[in-house]
Design a protein around this ligand. Structure first.
Ligand code: A3P
Length: 296
C-alpha cells in the first residue's frame, strides 16, 4: 500500500493551464531558452503513449549499427534525454541534451505543444508525436504513478480517473495535449503524428512510415531486425530499455514494461465509469477531427 513505501509525493501546480511540478517550473528559463539544432529530432508525447518504444526505435535507426557499445551499456533515458526533467540528484534533461555528442540528437518531451521551446519550431526540427487512446493512457499512467516513487500520489483508481478527466495529472489535460499537436500538424509539415494502437497492430508498417518521414533508406532486412528488437517481450527483457536501472521505480508494485496492450482499460473501468468517461470525452473532443481506437 502507499504508506508502506518512501514515496516522495509531489504537489502538482497549475502552470499556464498545465499540471506540472515545481522541479520543472523552477528550471523554466533554461527550458524555454533551449537551443535546438536543425537536425534535432523531438519525440513528443503525453505520458504513457509509447515514448520509450519510439525512443528506442529512433535510437536503433540512427545508432543501431554505428555504436554497438551504446546498445549494451547506455540506458535509453540517457541516450534520449527528457528535456524538461529536473529532479533532485540527477542531471537535468536540458543539461544532458546539451552534452549529447551524437548527431542527430534525439530528445523527448511531455510538454504540450504550446510549451515546447520555440527554437524547435524556428529550426524546423522534425517532431514525432505519439498518441494513445485516453482510456489506456489513464490506466497505464495510474500504474506508473503507483510504482514511481517520485510522482504525485495516485490515490485509488476511481479518484485517479476523475483527476485524469479533470486534467489534473502531470502534463495534463490529455485532451488538449493530443489535440494541440494534431492542430499543429496542419501548419507544420515536419510533424509526424503516430498512434500507439497502430504500432501494436503493425510495428513494421509504422517503422516504414517513420523511415520515410525521417528520410532514411533503411533496408527491409534492417527494419525487420529493429521490429524484432523493439517487440514488447524483447524490450521487457532488455536492461537498457526496461528502466530496471532506475532506482525510483518499484517494479514489485508494477513494472515499467507492464502489458503493452490495447484495451487493458476494459479490465479497469466499471460500466458506470465508462459511461461517465464517454460522455465527458465526447464533450471535450467535440471540435476535433482526431479519432482514436480503444480496441484493435
Ligand atoms: P502499459 O502500462 O499499458 O503496459 P511511455 O514509454 O510513454 O511511458 O509508455 C509506457 C507504455 O508503453 C506502457 O504501457 C508500456 O508497457 C508500453 N510499451 C513500451 N514499450 C512497448 C512495446 N515495445 N510494445 C508495446 N507496448 C510498449
Amino acid at each position: 500500500t502507499n504508506k508502506d513505501r518512501a514515496k516522495i509525493s509531489l504537489e502538482l501546480t497549475d502552470f499556464e493551464g498545465v499540471s506540472l511540478v515545481h522541479f520543472i517550473t523552477d528550471n523554466w528559463e533554461n527550458i524555454k531558452n533551449f537551443k535546438a539544432r536543425p537536425d534535432d529530432i523531438l519525440i513528443a508525447t503525453h505520458p504513457k503513449a509509447g515514448t520509450t518504444w519510439v525512443s528506442y526505435i529512433l535510437d536503433l535507426l540512427y545508432f543501431g549499427n554505428t555504436s554497438p557499445e551504446r546498445q549494451t551499456s547506455l540506458p535509453i533515458y540517457l541516450r534520449v534525454p527528457f528535456l524538461e526533467a529536473n529532479f533532485p540528484e540527477t542531471p537535468s534533461g536540458e543539461d544532458l541534451a546539451n552534452k549529447l555528442a551524437t548527431t542527430p540528437r534525439i530528445i523527448k518531451t511531455h510538454l504540450p505543444v504550446q510549451l515546447v521551446p520555440k527554437s524547435f519550431w524556428e529550426q524546423n526540427c522534425r517532431v514525432v508525436y505519439v498518441a494513445r487512446n485516453a482510456k489506456d493512457s489513464a490506466v497505464s499512467y495510474y500504474h506508473f504513478d503507483r510504482m514511481n516513487m517520485i510522482s504525485a500520489e495516485p490515490g485509488d483508481w476511481n479518484t485517479y480517473l476523475q483527476r485524469f478527466m479533470d486534467g489534473k495529472t502531470m502534463f495534463g489535460p490529455w485532451y488538449n495535449h493530443v489535440c494541440g499537436y494534431w492542430e499543429k500538424k496542419q501548419t507544420y509539415p515536419n510533424l509526424h503524428y503516430m498512434f500507439f494502437e497502430d504500432m501494436v497492430e503493425d510495428t513494421g508498417r509504422q517503422l516504414e512510415h517513420l523511415c520515410s518521414f525521417l528520410g532514411l533508406s533503411t533496408s527491409t532486412e534492417e527494419r525487420k531486425r529493429i521490429t524484432k528488437g523493439v517487440h514488447f517481450d524483447a524490450m521487457k527483457q532488455n536492461k537498457m530499455t526496461n528502466y530496471s536501472a532506475v532506482p525510483v521505480m518499484d517494479f514489485k508494485i508494477s513494472p515499467f514494461m507492464r502489458k503493452g496492450k490495447v484495451g487493458d482499460w476494459k479490465n479497469h473501468f466499471t460500466v458506470a465509469q465508462n459511461e461517465q468517461f464517454d460522455k465527458h470525452y465526447k464533450e471535450k473532443m467535440k471540435s476535433t477531427t482526431l479519432q482514436f481506437r480503444t480496441q484493435i
